[in-house]
Design a protein around this ligand. Structure first.
Ligand code: IMO
Ligand code: MG
Length: 424
């Protein structure tokens, strides 16, 4: 394991949080490398569901060191709320959470600008958390980082410049009128003091940990198909969700990564707008949505549902260089009579042989080529050994690994920590 990356192999919501939580038992350090509070990881602990948005999913394991990398965008008040909630449950967090001072801040004007942009014709169906505009400032070199909070004068001046620019860009955004550098700094004052003790050189810390053969988990948010470069652009998030983003987002070299683990559901979901070739008609989607409780953990939106999309999964296997797959939510398919899979795409009556369509427009034109499997129609919820899975379920899984060329390492059959089938 020494350094393992856990990455979403679909459009997010694959159950990465549960996988990281399980692997954290054997890890020493767990670090988030990109994204922000657009992520929603539902973790079941003692029958209670906890939703994490910013903290690494290892946080529920007492004593484990948790890090938030430079690649993450942080909403300070949300982070504080999350830590407070965990501490109210008796989970001590502050002494073992380290945050990169190079992580960018999501500021209130990012959310205001996003709300205006999302009400127009170029909407993406975002989570409304200011993610895109925070990363836009980062790339434009006008962003503010956690480390800038201690430089009051420069902070105020930079925010004022950003606000002036945004007011020109979005004259209809009245909320920007009431904001100023000084007022935002004042709003952030308590949070800034609170976070100060957690800021540290996480890249240096990880390097030392790896040199001492500590086991490190790098946790991705969202998924490969939402990756800024490799996803269904422009219907993507604004960060590098795929595995290559991991070393970048925590400040270690790419060769420090030993293993890349991809997480996929046994079917597919997507939240927000954009192409989704294997999407189901609404009647079947409804059944799957209810069985799988497919509602957004961050926004509560009903997720769009579809069958497994093999071309997308093969693409994710390749882009991330996956060493193994974890298949989640197999139990959700338990009672389906027929299970369908998109095995290929065709466009204008011809199979797409090579490559994966780049960008949303090209993907919108494809039609899936379907293959149908008979359902196993028995419960897998209590299965804990591979040999005990229904034969048809095993055949379905073995066929997936053969098609992707990536071995399946474990299968999740329920939300609880124990609901897992580990292979050998
Ligand atoms: P986890 O970590 C599912 C989607 C949004 C939208 C697009 C851009 O739970 O897998 P953004 O707010 O990031 O600018 O929105 O990305 N999206 C997610 N969908 N799970 C997530 O995170 C997501 N984070 C963003 O719905 O389509
Ligand atoms: Mg989500």
């Amino acid at each position: 394991m020494p350094c393992t990356v856990v990455v979403g192999a679909q459009w997010g919501d694959e159950g990465k949080g549960k996988v990281v939580d399980a692997l954290s038992a054997d890890a020493d350090v767990i670090a988030r490398y990109q994204g922000g509070p657009n992520a929603g990881n539902s973790l079941v602990r003692g029958g209670e569901t906890l939703v994490l948005h910013l903290g690494p999913s290892g946080i529920l394991h007492p004593g484990k060191r948790c890090l938030i990398g430079n690649g993450v965008v942080v909403d300070l008040s949300r982070l504080r709320e999350e830590v407070k909630r965990l501490e109210s449950l008796g989970i001590e967090v502050r002494d073992r959470l380290g945050i990169s001072p190079a992580a960018h801040l999501i500021l209130p004007y990012h959310r205001v600008a996003e709300a205006v942009a999302e009400s127009g014709p170029a909407a993406i169906g975002t989570t409304g958390r200011g993610i895109g505009f925070a990363y836009r400032d980062k790339a434009a070199r006008t962003g503010l980082r956690l480390g800038d909070l201690s430089e009051s004068g420069a902070f105020v001046a930079a925010v004022d410049r950003n606000l002036a620019r945004l007011r020109r860009e979005f004259p209809e955004a009245e909320a920007l009128g009431g904001m100023s550098g000084a007022s935002l700094l004042e709003e952030l004052r308590d949070g800034a003091r609170w976070v100060q003790a957690m800021l540290c050189d996480i890249a240096a810390e990880l390097q030392v940990a790896l040199r001492r053969a500590r086991r490190v988990l790098l946790e991705g948010a969202q998924g490969t198909m939402l990756d800024l470069d490799h996803g269904t652009y422009p219907f993507v998030t604004s960060s590098s969700a795929s595995a290559a983003g991991a070393p970048l987002g925590v400040g270690i070299g790419p060769r420090a990564v030993d293993r890349v683990l991809g997480v996929t559901k046994a079917y597919t979901t997507r939240v927000g707008l954009g192409p989704f070739p294997s999407e189901m008609p609404e009647e079947s989607a409804e059944a799957l949505r209810e069985a799988g409780e497919e509602y957004g953990a961050t926004t509560g939106r009903p997720r769009r549902c579809g069958w497994l999309d093999l071309p997308a999964l093969r693409y994710a296997s390749r882009v991330n260089g996956l060493d193994a797959l974890v298949v989640t939510k197999l139990d959700v398919l338990d009672h389906f009579e027929e299970i369908r899979v998109a095995v290929d795409y065709e466009c204008g009556g011809q199979r797409l042989e090579a490559g994966f369509p780049s960008g949303a427009r090209a993907l919108e034109r494809v039609k899936p080529v379907w293959r149908s499997f008979p359902g196993w129609r028995e419960s897998t919820r209590d299965v804990r050994r591979w040999e005990d899975l229904p034969v048809r379920a095993r055949q379905y899984l073995e066929w997936i690994e053969l098609e992707c060329g990536v071995p399946i390492e474990s299968v999740s059959v329920g939300a609880e920590r124990e609901a897992e089938v580990r292979r050998r």
